[in-house]
Ligand binder design. Structure first.
Ligand code: NAD
Length: 476
């Protein structure tokens, strides 16, 4: 076996791994990125779950399905009369696929210009910073690495009572590939993926039932925001059944039968397709040779410190494969931080200001603590809320449901959390992330001039409302 030497070998080319590779190369290090992602069409692409079967294709379908839905239900209110709206699902899927292709090809172009050696093969960490690379033809070679960054991501959790069959019972990737709109669609898990994919197919015409084991809807979301969102999702026809414990799902000739228990009663429903989205688990299968010396915890996550160092010298781990929220942007920042530390720079990241977004309509987005968390932590706080129904731009957009809620420390005025359910929430939250990154107070936001008419005025008014000085709302 020949041994090629790099300063850094990154295993995994998703949103955590590929930025780590690019940043390390920018800092003058010799870098290889090893990734074995295989698409259903047999092609190997960098980009991991996010670009190939996650964030990017789902956002493409969310946008298309939203436009389809609005054309049929809202355009008339704008005075636009349409002669019927027809769905061309093939074209919709084709557009999605082209976006994925452009972006995954873009990573290879970025690697090329940064000088990163791209290796589309399976990597395995041996001892002493050596990485074994196995090609499709069974060939093996070993790379020597000054540092190794593990960024192997996560994969959908499979339920033993509802095993994936790739046809009728599918994971999130399968649910992006339906070639026709299922008449009746079941979703196990009303979490982030369940709501996003349930929304896509609901807008395209499916009857959608979401079976959620917990009694609480979106427990990680601020209570006021979750309550408002649930009301709106129900209005859209999403049949969300809380406290529903699935006991068995079985593919039959013409569909899937699902047995579940709710409120002490046994129920049975039949669907054409069933999506199982009950969380994701870290991927380390076959990644670590015993001599690698990298500790993994009881849930399969690689153990790291706050700088993403593992238990093995000069081995780092970033992204979904380590603790923290499974979010692409969290992994990206960890990857960049690891690359900078490897190059001898000072780097750290602020885990307290990682934004979260659920791309439903309306979107849900937040940063920082919920009101319940602030109170649990024993801090006295003040809260300002502002409804989009009092925002001119939201009215003009015909999307005036939802609200902004700001939570600030009562004594020090520091912003502790900001929560939005409403139009473009995922874009709006960036203002609050920046504010919190600079430890802004509610007063800072109050004094910041926001353009009129924009959705951002709702954030401004929420900050004003925290001190009972909102202009366009009653200050109760
Ligand atoms: P999730 O944790 O968001 O939701 C899973 C839901 O399934 C939970 O509400 C859970 O209570 C429920 N559940 C678990 N077991 C169940 C059972 N047996 N029966 C019924 N319900 C059950 O997980 P997800 O939606 O699968 O997403 C996976 C990960 O990917 C998450 O960490 C998520 O943050 C991330 N993700 C993020 C985005 C985004 O940022 N927009 C998009 C997609 C995925």
């Amino acid at each position: 076996m020949s041994e090629q030497q790099f300063d850094v070998v990154v295993i995994g080319g998703g949103p955590a791994g590929y930025p780590a590779a690019i940043r390390a190369a920018q800092l003058g290090l010799s870098v290889a990125c090893v990734d074995d992602w295989l698409n259903a069409d047999g092609t190997r692409q960098f980009g991991g779950t996010c670009l190939n079967v996650g964030c990017i294709p789902s956002k493409a379908l969310l946008e298309s399905s939203e436009l389809f839905h609005r054309a049929g239900s809202e355009f008339a209110a704008h005075g636009i009369a349409l002669d019927g709206v027809a769905l061309d699902l093939d074209a919709m899927q084709g557009r999605k696929q082209r976006i994925v292709k452009q972006l995954t090809a873009g990573i290879e172009a970025l690697f090329k210009s940064a000088g990163v050696t791209a290796i589309k093969s399976r990597g395995r960490l041996l001892g002493e910073n050596r990485v074994e690379v196995a090609g499709d033809d069974g060939s093996k070679r070993v790379l020597g690495a000054g540092h190794v960054v593990l960024a192997t991501g996560s994969t959908p959790v499979e339920l033993s009572v509802a095993p994936f069959d790739g046809k009728r019972i599918v994971d999130s990737a399968g649910a992006l590939e339906f070639s026709e709109v299922p008449e009746r669609l079941g979703v196990i898990g009303a979490g982030v993926i369940g709501l996003e994919l349930g929304s896509v197919w609901r807008r395209l015409g499916s009857e959608v039932v979401l079976l959620e084991a917990l009694d609480t809807f979106l427990p990680m979301v601020d209570e006021d925001v979750a309550r408002d969102a649930l009301k709106q999702f129900k209005r859209q026809g999403l049949d969300i059944r809380l406290g529903a414990r699935v006991t068995r799902a079985k593919a039959v000739r013409d569909g899937v039968t699902v047995n579940y228990e709710a409120g002490g009663k046994k129920e049975r429903v039949k669907f054409d397709k069933l999506i199982v989205c009950v969380g994701r688990r870290p991927v380390t299968d076959g990644l670590l040779a015993p001599e690698a010396g990298v500790d993994v915890d009881g849930k399969g996550f690689i153990v790291v410190d706050e700088s993403c160092r593992t238990s093995a010298a000069n081995v780092w781990a970033v992204g979904d494969v380590v603790r923290g929220p499974m979010l692409a942007h969290k992994g990206t920042e960890e990857g960049v931080m690891a690359a900078e530390l490897i190059a001898g720079h000072v780097a750290e990241m602020n885990y307290a200001t990682i934004p979260s977004v659920i791309y439903t309509a309306p979107e849900i987005a937040w940063v920082g603590q919920t009101e319940a968390e602030v109170r649990e932590n024993g801090r006295d706080c003040k809260v300002g809320t502002f409804p989009f129904s009092a925002n001119g731009r939201a009215k003009a957009l015909h999307q005036d449901a939802g609200l902004v809620k700001l939570i600030a420390d009562r004594e020090y005025d520091e912003i502790l959390g900001l929560h939005i359910v409403g139009p473009m929430a995922g874009e709006l939250v960036a203002e609050a992330v920046l504010a919190m990154e600079f430890s802004a107070s509610a007063e800072d936001l109050q004094r910041t001039i926001h353009a009129h008419p924009t959705l951002t005025e709702a954030l401004h008014e929420a900050a004003l409302a925290a001190d009972k000085r909102a202009i366009h709302a009653l200050n109760r």
